[in-house]
Ligand binder design. Structure first.
Ligand code: PMH
Length: 401
């Protein structure tokens, strides 16, 4: 058994058992380091780091990622929905959390009870939510401004005044933040980013005109935080690059420090067989062996988020450092690859990550599926256990089924 699989008794208590040969390895040291590297970029300015751990930490696991981000210097957490915020609280985390999406007014009380900050972008919402709140437990609010993303937020800087009147007029609310979100901060052409930034500045000017002071002003996602630190105000929302991935291939060369990817997807050969020429593989019998071929069956399929397009779009895996193609259609729980030679059953197969000095990067896998790197770890399903490594040692396992 490899050394990295050896665990202490205390660590063993953090281990969910799992009974399959397909798993994700999350390198928590990489996450911690990516956050620490960002904090060095901001060492001379008073800018907090929010670790964005929505969607179960972009598929990596929200709680362990959040803890590592905090070890690296993050002081705030961001999620998309209230349930995700409550998961962090249930895990005993007391770090400030902001829900970046809308919550229902009737859920304002539970958010307040758990000290979870929420995003607000309408007066009507405030009026409704007030019915569910009392001054002994005020709800923390960040007002969202739509400066050109066209998603959530007030569009007119003048609306700020009326919202602040309602917020300040009630002991049930505490106004902590104002923010916006960029649509194109990861593009080489920064003109639209600049337009959005100027529009956000209008909202800030409005606050100054009305003599309203708000402790936290934030706008930067990873791309903006890495490229434009002087325009980050006092908090950045660090998502994709905390996981070691570039916000886009175009700006990879502009990043101020090397990012360390945290996510690898591995499986083991379930069966290896030699087929003679003319034998069909998988549903539809779309692949037929041209000669005598070695075929390996992998215990991962589209129900694990390993969708059929990986095969139809010319996907590959690494086995003992060799890049090998998928053959035939990917099934729900299994798929096949063509080997160059006989391999022992149980040999490790890398679908994303490193193997014997070779790499199949998240970016290359995303390109294969004509999508962005964000999407790939998010869609690897809960059926695949997540194994957490720190300093090269396995420290915990999460199996969500
Ligand atoms: N802030 C908000 C409001 C977001 O929606 C996101 C990511 C982030 C910060 C972090 O961005 P980053 O991962 O680029 O650093 N949101 C999304 C999204 O809605 N779809 O893809 C990423």
């Amino acid at each position: 058994m490899n050394d990295k699989w050896r665990v202490t008794k205390m660590q063993a208590e953090q281990m969910d058992p799992y009974y399959r040969d397909t798993w994700v390895e999350v390198n928590l040291s990489a996450i911690e380091q990516n956050v620490r590297s960002l904090s060095h970029v901001y060492k001379d300015q008073n800018t907090a780091i929010m670790a964005v751990v929505k969607a179960d930490g972009y598929g990596h696991g929200a709680v362990p990622v959040a803890k590592s981000a905090i070890d690296g210097g993050a002081t705030f957490l961001g999620v998309a929905i209230l349930d995700e915020a409550l998961e962090l609280r249930e895990a005993g985390m007391t770090t400030p959390v902001l829900v970046l999406g809308r919550i229902r007014p009737m859920d304002a009380r539970i958010a307040a009870k758990h000290h979870i900050a929420v995003t607000v972008f309408s007066k009507e919402w405030l009026v409704s939510a007030k019915e569910y709140l009392d001054s002994s437990n005020p709800l923390t609010i960040h007002v969202k401004c739509d400066t050109g993303m066209g998603r959530l937020g007030i569009t007119d800087p003048k609306e700020i005044k009326e919202m602040v009147q309602i917020i300040h007029g009630s002991d049930a609310f505490y106004l902590e933040g104002m923010f916006t979100h960029f649509a194109t901060a990861d593009e080489l052409d920064i003109s639209y980013y600049q337009e959005q930034f100027q529009q956000f500045q209008q909202f800030i000017n409005q606050l100054e005109e009305e003599n309203i002071s708000i402790p936290l002003i934030h706008c930067a996602n990873s791309a903006a935080a890495l490229r434009f630190p002087k325009r980050a105000f006092n908090m950045v929302r660090f998502g994709i690059s905390m996981y070691g991935l570039s916000p886009s291939p175009e700006i990879k060369h502009q990043l101020p420090f090397p990012l360390e990817p945290a996510f690898q997807l591995k499986t083991r050969l379930a069966q290896v067989k030699k087929l003679e020429a003319g034998k069909a593989i998988s549903y539809g019998a779309t692949y037929v062996t041209e000669r005598e071929e070695w075929i390996g069956t992998l215990p991962i399929g589209y129900a694990d988020g390993w969708i059929r397009a990986h095969s139809t779009n010319g996907g590959t895996v690494l086995v003992d450092g060799e890049e090998l193609p998928f053959v035939g259609r990917i099934c729900m729980d299994q798929c096949m690859v063509r080997l160059n030679s006989s391999k022992e059953e149980g040999t490790i197969v890398t679908l994303i990550g490193h193997d014997h000095g070779q790499e199949l990067s998240m970016d290359s896998v995303a390109r294969r599926l004509d999508t962005i790197n964000y999407e790939i770890p998010c869609i690897i399903s809960k059926r695949v256990p997540r194994l957490y490594f720190k300093d090269g040692n396995l420290i915990s396992v999460k199996n969500q089924i």
